[in-house]
Design a protein around this ligand. Structure first.
Ligand SMILES: NC(=O)c1ccc[n+]([C@@H]2O[C@H](COP(=O)([O-])OP(=O)(O)OC[C@H]3O[C@@H](n4cnc5c(N)ncnc54)[C@H](O)[C@@H]3O)[C@@H](O)[C@H]2O)c1
Length: 346
């Protein structure tokens, strides 16, 4: 049964671009939240109002939107460089924030937000690493925590798809500090690997911009060492055709074609392994390369990481839950990507 309006989280949105509009569609499908206001400087121009936002109060300045005083939470989907400033404005207005990744584009920029969260118990910030809300991720984490795979030794992740040329017509996506597929895309894989395998203690990267010739990379590979001794590789490209990548292997985002059954993350331990998100599990009671491995599958019910993220945000905004992905946690994922990018320069 649909919830009464009074029980829904009253959401505002900062940034009505590609992903802000996507958020507005996720909210429209939700019975936990309702979109009541949206801010984007283009509303002061002759930009046509997107259909999704016709019934929503629109502002050219997000501070005017926040001054309404009736919002429970705000989603920040502005360009990455603006995330920290926008999130702080929301906290100043006493509103919970779901800030898109990356939480910041450099460590110093993030500091005031981290300090604010540490000092103010009413400051609630969730970062939009939505994949952590996917039930396959929870299932993989349980397998690992229960020791069914033994000690994790080796992991391999891939994210490869071919973005359209139109995607790069937006200026910030073509340059640093906000652009490039390391920070826009592979940060999600890094975050997932940290969540599942553990903290990353060293990273080295190689990258290429040969496909698009932009200032930022279009293809990259990362070599990773984890605190628990595991070794990992992560390879990605925004200019290669493949079904391998979270966006294709799940139906999280209807904007992308769904290729069910394709893995994008392989995790191998001393007693077994799992491929994610298809959740095929391989185990051996007595490890030996001369013996067959048993294969099984962990059923995953009710995916839709964005719906789950939104429901969680409604709980965070109402003070019923602590953020699954805090700003501090998300900054660690950013730091890995930043260190990887710095290793390119050397
Ligand atoms: N979680 C995910 O899977 C995911 C996917 C895509 C994008 N993102 C993130 O979402 C953010 C936005 O990405 P995008 O692709 O939608 O970018 P975009 O450029 O398409 O949209 C950004 C919007 O912000 C608006 N904007 C600019 N200045 C503003 C201001 N001062 N106040 C309010 N709005 C302002 C722009 O006019 C534009 O409409 C990025 O940080 C990106 O990393 C996350």
């Amino acid at each position: 049964m649909a919830r009464q309006d009074a029980q829904r989280c009253r959401v505002g949105l900062i940034g009505a671009g590609t992903f802000g509009l996507r958020h507005s569609r996720f909210i429209a499908r939700s019975d936990r939240a309702g979109l009541v206001a949206v801010a984007d400087p283009t509303f002061g121009s002759d930009r046509p109002v997107p259909d999704e936002l016709r019934e929503v109060a629109r502002y050219a300045d997000h501070r005017e939107m926040l001054a309404r005083g009736d919002l429970d939470g705000v989603i920040v989907a502005s360009p990455s460089e603006m995330h920290v400033a926008h999130a702080l404005d929301c906290l100043d207005a006493g509103v919970a924030v779901l800030v898109e990744k990356p939480v910041a584009v450099d460590r110093e920029q993030a500091r005031p937000l981290l300090d604010r969260v540490a000092e103010d118990p009413r400051a609630r910030v969730l970062v939009g690493h939505h994949r952590r809300h996917h039930p396959a991720v929870a299932a993989a984490r349980s397998l690992i925590e229960e020791g069914r795979l033994g000690e994790i030794r080796a992991v391999a992740a891939v994210w490869a798809t071919h973005k359209t040329d139109a995607y790069f017509e937006i200026e910030w996506r073509r340059r640093r500090p906000g652009g490039g597929m390391l920070l826009i895309n592979l940060i999600h894989e890094v975050d997932l690997l940290r969540h599942l395998v553990g903290e990353i203690t060293s990273v080295q990267a190689i990258a290429s911009n040969k496909a698009r010739g932009l200032e930022v990379e279009d293809t990259a590979g990362l070599a990773l060492r984890f605190e628990n001794g595991a070794i990992g590789t992560l390879v990605g490209s925004d200019s290669a055709v493949s079904p391998w990548g979270w966006d294709q292997a799940t139906d999280d985002d209807p904007a992308f074609p769904y290729h069910p059954g394709q893995p994008c993350l392989l995790i191998a331990g001393s007693r077994g392994s799992v491929s994610v998100p298809d959740m095929t599990v391989f185990t051996q009671p007595e490890p030996s390369w001369l013996e067959p491995v048993a294969q099984s599958r962990v059923p995953v019910q009710g995916a839709d990481a964005f719906a789950r993220q939104l429901a969680h945000f409604a709980d965070v905004a109402a003070g019923r839950a602590r953020p699954l992905v805090t700003a501090e946690d998300a900054l660690r994922s950013f730091e890995v990507v930043r260190t990887a990018a710095q290793s390119l320069a050397g």
